[in-house]
Design a binder for this molecule. Sequence first.
Ligand SMILES: CC(C)=CCC/C(C)=C/CC/C(C)=C/CC/C(C)=C/[C@@H]1[C@@H](COP(=O)(O)OP(=O)(O)O)[C@]1(C)CC/C=C(\C)CC/C=C(\C)CCC=C(C)C
Ligand SMILES: [Mn+2]
Length: 412
Amino acid sequence: MSVALLWVVSPCEVSNGTGFLESVREGNRLFDSSRHRNLVCNERLKRGGGKQTDNGRKFSVRSAIVATPSGERTMTSEQMVYDVVLRQAALVKRQLRSTDELEVKPDIPIPGNLGLLSEAYDRCGEVCAEYAKTFNLGTMLMTPERRRAIWAIYVWCRRTDELVDGPNASYITPAALDRWENRLEDVFNGRPFDMLDAALSDTVSNFPVDIQPFRDMIEGMRMDLRKSRYKNFDELYLYCYYVAGTVGLMSVPIMGIAPESKATTESVYNAALALGIANQLTNILRDVGEDARRGRVYLPQDELAQAGLSDEDIFAGRVTDKWRLFMKKQIHRARKFFDDAEKGVTELSAASRFPVWASLVLYRKILDEIEANDYNNFTRRAYVSKSKKLIALPIAYAKSLVPPTRTVSLLS
Ligand SMILES: CC(C)=CCC/C(C)=C/CC/C(C)=C/CC/C(C)=C/[C@@H]1[C@@H](COP(=O)(O)OP(=O)(O)O)[C@]1(C)CC/C=C(\C)CC/C=C(\C)CCC=C(C)C
Ligand SMILES: [Mn+2]
């Protein structure tokens, strides 16, 4: 087993010699923690999961964003994703506004299990500290409950990404992703497979987190397995939603909206979605060369053609004026998504604003670095130096002190 993959393997899996991939393949579980079982989650599964029958034909509802069974779509990706946003926002509103409907189960404290759970969260924290140092630093200002919940979500996202992006990616099949999704359903159903899952299981039973964005992230990984080109921005937008916009939707129920905020829940979710999209677009623009070496082009093919460019130019890594102009337009679009996101960060609960501002400011700076590299993202990796990070962090902190708008939101 490669060293890079070790971190996604729980100590139990290491000790019994069963690798993470093996566990995804087999779908067996290490322990059944009925302590985490939660009627609410069962209810969610009933509402959202499984198969649905349409005119006697079965089709999967893995993703909330489904085309008609014949495959046609009548809406743009942006409209369809916004539909998910509205549903998430409605769920959170229902759960946060009415206390007698609060979907938090009463915990039965079993000393042994509590120790195990806290160990599980500590492990998630260690993974975060190792893989996302700056972000982890930012979470230190959050309440302990929120901090550990964000850690658990971070770890699940990392593990999911690692399936298709990690050193064992070539062994991952759609069937393995199906098993990973079954395992996710088990997490939401209070039956975690390993200790890192147990932390997430606890998190989703304590916060109004919906399973759909998690399912959609797995859908993004499926997309990555079957697709290496994007016809237009609409297709790319959907991919970005799946792999990163979903992170925004998963995080807001944990971070919380400031009680004094006058913004609508939908507008905050929309901003969270925008931040995920902005981050992913930035990630794509930074990694053009690296992705091309894996035969992947995450750029809209129609826009490349309009700019007089083709895959060949990308594989050859030619930094021409045509490329520079194309890149300027792509960077401009990513910045617009960051602008939309910025409007929402201020509406988050006070202690959650700093990690979000910190990650936003630092990720946004990658775009400046691409420009500073004269748009050579083929052989030069744009990165923000330690000294620039040190300057940016107090700025992010100052921004996080700005309270929510007092008037009814101007956010879209
Ligand atoms: C404060 C904060 C950033 C919280 C989010 C914490 C969290 C749960 C992060 C999970 C990130 C993750 C591992 C996602 C898996 C898919 C993936 C790798 C996406 C790419 C991230 C960047 O990772 P990296 O540079 O390491 O990429 P490589 O694997 O090396 O290629 C992404 C580009 C997207 C990540 C998306 C976000 C962090 C969205 C954050 C949005 C919010 C927290 C919402 C904030 C709320 C408002 C109202 C704006
Ligand atoms: Mn990645």
